[in-house]
Design a protein around this ligand. Sequence first.
Ligand code: ATR
Length: 279
Amino acid sequence: MSHRYALFGHPVAHSLSPRIHAAFAKQCGVAMEYALIDATPDDFSTALESFAREGGAGGNVTVPHKQAALALCDHISERARRCGAVNTLMRRDDGWFGDNTDGIGLVRDLTQRHRHDLRERRTLLLGAGGAAAGIAPALLDAGIGSLCIVNRTPTRAADLAATLATPARVQARHWDELGSLGAFDLIVNATAAALEPAALDLPPMRIHAGTLAVDLGYGEAAVDFVTWACRAGCAAAIDGLGMLVEQAAEAFSLWHGRRPAADSVYALLRCDRQLTAMD
Ligand code: ATR
């Protein structure tokens, strides 16, 4: 059986995934190669085909290919279908099977590592792109009370809300309403603002003593939002490092049928890189 795995993205050079999977493989006694494949959107399908021809057994997919990956799969999981995106690939005899482990990764990080109860939380989701779509179904499944999607371009928030299966708990609102929507229990930053020239511009918002703020990004990309959350008085602010490790653990389990212990890998990366978290 092939041991070849890879991460497809653009760019991918700074990804922590090879380190995470190498640590899981060592822990579980699994032989595995994990390469980084930088492919532009135009080259992605050819790169994936070549990887399959060369015996690739599975992979991860990151920005900007998650939606394209779904279209290239022959079979997809229910959770990938609901997100409209694939972040984990597994080669089968009849083609690629695609799954999405981002949402479960986020929920595990928040509920198991950080011990937050998500049930009934009045939730604000900032952003309505691929990252937001990848986690919204899992938050609803985790029992949040309501999901208010706010995006700079309002039509995208409405489009994402329309894809979610529980309309009674979901609404889309405009960015300029942010200051008047009341206090949220959970605020998730799923925007790509940290990667764009225009910074995240949040108006003054009501925050209560238990508000939890979460950024899906980690490292430098999470600094602005985590800083905003601390200054705004949120009870806790968490970056996306734990989600990254958990989505990888879920992908590893799918590939190898064994669940690695994610905590030790998370702890190593956290102290190694001095990444941001305040909890
Ligand atoms: P990803 O896959 O990372 O989610 P995406 O699908 O391009 O990438 O979505 C990027 C998201 O970040 C969108 O919700 C985008 O808002 P628009 O739909 O209005 O473009 C949001 N975003 C990017 N830069 C932002 C900024 N400076 N302020 C607020 N939202 C921003």
